[in-house]
Design a protein around this ligand. Structure first.
Ligand SMILES: *Cc1c(COP(=O)(O)O)cnc(C)c1O
Length: 387
């Protein structure tokens, strides 16, 4: 039996997968079971931020495996403390919570916001405003938060208390900011929704109105965070400081971690036994995460990401088939003139390039440390396919 047959016989068919069995990876190149090589313009889904098996990351992870792989959250470990203090130092947040995925990071943010409001105002002030076309995860609460009707199927009843506002529609926002609202939750660049950045005026309005009413602002930076947009957090592009920021995807270089950061105002809301996670803060993931944070805070690293993002954009815009390029930094959505994104993505795979799609766009999330040679090689494949 082939790997694919064996897999499909025993694993639930929740993903539409390509017929490729990946076997290994080095730097920004993956190799499948037949030895075919692929340049990586997807980083998993923005997770392998330092490419495959980065040397320092491997060393940090292996050392941790050999030291202590896990202990319950009834005890402390130094690697968790080191990771948390480094992340708080890099972001300016006071405290963080450890989960294992983006959805869990957002679940924590949702619970935190509701308890913050309950503690101060009692029941009834629990609504969380999210944006139409957003994506916040696959658990019941985060699906309910997700502002796309296609996700609100099959699993009824959904979690109550979410209202959607049209992105960049200030009138819609103002109309829905009533006295049942405890938080507004946004992605600065809607990722799954099509790599669409929010407009500055809309973001500014949120940050002007919410503090007046003691409504918390939650930024879902699961995809945009950890350097993806050319800044450590996408909020830096907008010059704002959300009360809560969630992170996951790229922050541990391909290991599962989910983080909910909170500022001074709300960092002690989730008191003992109000929230938790058995695996949350796994030491191996923290070691991988710390290795990522250390590299991202090296002088010039973020500037390089921004420059490579500009370079990619410039090269892409030279291709005739490209209608436009959306996104920020190395979070890129390509609008196509005639081609279908799904078909193009599949053709890329056949030609040895890993890419992604987001709605009707081809989406690129290359590893942050990709080289210019690798970018050029990937662009050449895109060039050929879009002729
Ligand atoms: C991927 C993603 C999530 C969900 O993360 P998981 O790790 O799959 O649970 C949530 N929010 C955004 C913005 C994402 O891109």
């Amino acid at each position: 039996m082939s790997t694919i047959e064996q897999f499909n016989k025993h694993v639930m068919p929740t993903y539409g997968r390509y017929d490729v069995v990946m076997e290994s990876g080095e730097k920004r190149v993956a190799t499948d079971e037949n030895g075919k090589k692929f340049i990586d313009f997807g980083s998993g889904i923005g997770t392998n931020s330092l490419g495959f098996c980065d040397e320092k990351w491997v060393e940090a992870v292996c050392n941790q495996v050999k030291t202590i792989q896990h202990t319950s959250n009834y005890y402390y470990t130094k690697i968790q403390a080191d990771f948390a203090s480094k992340l708080c130092e890099m972001t300016g947040y006071s405290k963080m919570f450890f989960g294992n995925s983006g959805a869990e990071a957002n679940e924590c943010a949702i619970k935190l916001a509701r308890k913050y409001s309950f503690d101060k105002y009692g029941k009834g002030r629990h609504t969380i405003i999210t944006l139409v076309n957003s994506f916040h995860g696959r658990t019941l609460a985060t699906l309910s938060a997700t502002g796309q009707e296609v996700f609100h199927n099959y699993f009824f009843p959904f979690v109550e208390g979410f209202t959607n506002v049209v992105a960049n529609d200030i009138d819609d926002l103002m109309a829905k900011l009533d006295d049942t609202v405890c938080a507004v939750m946004v992605e600065f660049v809607q990722g799954e929704g099509g790599v669409i950045p929010l407009e500055k005026a809309f973001v500014e309005k949120i940050f002007e109105e919410c503090p007046k009413r003691d409504i918390l602002v939650i930024a879902d930076e699961v995809q945009t965070g950890a350097g993806r947009t050319g800044k450590f957090l996408a909020s830096e592009h907008f010059g704002v400081k959300p009360d809560i920021t969630t992170m996951a995807k790229g922050i541990a270089g391909g290991l599962p971690i989910g983080i909910c950061l909170a500022n001074e105002k709300c960092c002690d809301v989730l008191s003992p036994s109000t929230h938790g996670s058995t695996f949350g803060g796994n030491p191996i993931c923290c070691a991988g995460g710390l290795a990522v944070l250390n590299q991202l805070s090296e002088t010039g690293f973020m500037e390089d990401v921004a420059k490579k993002g500009d370079y990619l954009r410039e090269k892409l815009l030279e291709i005739d088939e490209v209608e436009g390029v959306d996104g920020l930094g190395m979070m890129i959505g390509i609008r196509l003139k005639t081609k279908k994104a799904g078909e193009l993505c599949k053709a890329c795979l056949e030609e040895g390039l890993l890419a992604l799609t987001a709605k009707d766009k081809l989406r690129l999330l290359p590893p942050l440390n990709i080289s210019y040679e690798e970018i050029d090689a990937g662009i050449e494949i895109l060039n050929q396919l879009m002729k």
